[in-house]
Design a protein around this ligand. Structure first.
Ligand SMILES: [Zn+2]
Length: 418
């Protein structure tokens, strides 16, 4: 297929997927919801038209089999979105994977598959990458009943309503059956755009800690309660927000954010009696990530003590930074060079399915530019020509990995890979 045909097919498929959404601005396909399933059905139909066979696991991860046999090369990403999100986050990786797989499957010794993971976005249940965790066996026990969405429904409840049984998912994604995993994703930042390069090869994916804080103050009449002696949970939270910002600033390559506050009773004439907040700490260095989390916890304790607003802190998720495997990364950089496409090596501040997969199989991640740097928003943008360039690089990388595997007595051990 020539470049123009690839671009117009990508464009048509992006348009069709963007139409699978709740009403309103942007694209809304909540994790484990019926619209996510509809998107999976749509890509399954397209894959069958290309001659692929389709399998779906109990967690709703859809596997499109373009080339049978084991070991196999795996491509992919996800199809769920945050509320009022963009049309490229996740979908680009699934569609680019399908293009590359359709192109090379017939030429390779290794099998070729594309996975559309379910439930990658953490927006609904507070924890990201649920589908890839279930596929790799990394899902902590009890999690599927414990985590709940804003409506109070557990992951199991929500998933069962669409016919899935995530708790019954048998882990399948691991070496040596999976020789390597390659994911294309939008950068969601401005590094590639500022440096005017078409593609980015990710070396490390930042780790992330998410802490839930509950502050307990004392709700009283705002007109009759003197300032002295108040136990204002929101004033305490305000100090903590600034402390978290300071920790993030001091971390140099790390970030720390409070993006959510729930105030109780949230009334204009009552001293706030309770606040729930979520802290998000990320870093590409595991030691600094731990130090930042310790600093945030110490700041919360100090404010709670001084203001008489007791705090409880619970960890919702804790993931260390992940170095991606040298073998598939080298295949991507070599394929960029073969195609004379300028690239740069960069870290990823956002988490991705590739970081989960990297624990059980060699994994690599290729970024395409996001022209305005915006993502998780309706005006998220991405150029179709850049996605088409990523397809060329993916196809080249698949051929190189296949050659390497044929030349090696045994496939590289992911534990020995840098
Ligand atoms: Zn994504």
């Amino acid at each position: 297929m020539n470049a123009v045909a690839v671009e117009s097919r990508l464009q048509a498929r992006l348009d069709a997927l963007a139409a699978v959404t709740e009403p309103g601005e942007g694209v809304t396909r909540p994790s484990f919801g019926p619209l996510e399933r509809e998107a999976h059905a749509l890509v399954s139909d397209w894959a069958r038209e290309d001659g692929a066979r389709v399998e779906t696991d109990a967690a709703g991860n859809t596997v499109l089999i373009y080339g049978e046999g084991e070991p196999y090369l795996l491509l992919g990403s996800h199809l769920d979105t945050v509320p009022a999100g963009g049309r490229f986050d996740g979908t680009v990786g699934v569609l680019a994977g399908m293009e590359a797989a359709a192109q090379v499957a017939g030429e390779l010794e290794l099998g070729v598959r594309v996975v559309a993971f379910s439930a990658e976005e953490g927006a609904r249940f507070g924890r990201p990458c649920l589908g890839s965790e279930l596929a790799t066996g990394a899902s902590p026990a009890g999690l599927l009943d414990r985590l709940r969405d804003a409506a109070g429904d557990s992951i199991n409840d929500v998933a069962r309503a669409t016919g899935l049984t995530p708790e019954a998912c048998e882990p399948w994604l691991r070496a040596p059956a999976v020789a390597a995993y390659l994911e294309v994703h939008i950068e969601q930042g401005l590094v590639l755009e500022h440096e005017r390069v078409r593609l980015g090869v990710v070396d490390v994916i930042a780790g992330a800690d998410r802490l839930a804080i509950e502050l307990t103050g004392y709700a009283q009449h705002s007109g009759t309660t003197p300032m002295a002696g108040r136990r204002d949970a929101l004033a305490a939270a305000a100090e903590i927000v600034l402390d978290v910002e300071r920790v993030g600033r001091e971390a140099r390559h790390g970030v720390a954010t409070i993006g959510r506050l729930d105030v109780g009773p949230n009334s204009p004439t009552t001293v706030p009696g309770s606040v729930r907040a979520v802290v998000d700490v990320r870093d590409v260095d595991a030691g600094r990530q731990r130090a930042s989390v310790e600093a945030v916890r110490a700041a919360i304790d100090a404010v709670a003590e001084r203001r008489g607003t007791p705090a409880t802190v619970t960890s919702l998720a804790s993931r260390a930074p992940v170095m991606l495997s040298a073998w598939p990364r080298r295949a991507l950089t070599a394929a960029c060079a073969d195609a004379q496409l300028p690239y740069r090596v960069l870290p990823s501040g956002a988490g991705h399915d590739a970081a989960v997969v990297a624990h059980t199989a060699p994994a690599a991640l290729l970024f395409v530019p996001t022209p305005n740097g915006r993502s998780h928003a309706p005006d998220e943008a991405c150029r179709t020509e850049d996605i088409a360039a990523a397809c060329v690089v993916l196809a080249g990388a698949l051929r190189r990995l296949d050659d390497d595997a044929a030349g090696a007595a045994a496939l590289p051990d992911p534990e020995q890979e840098g």
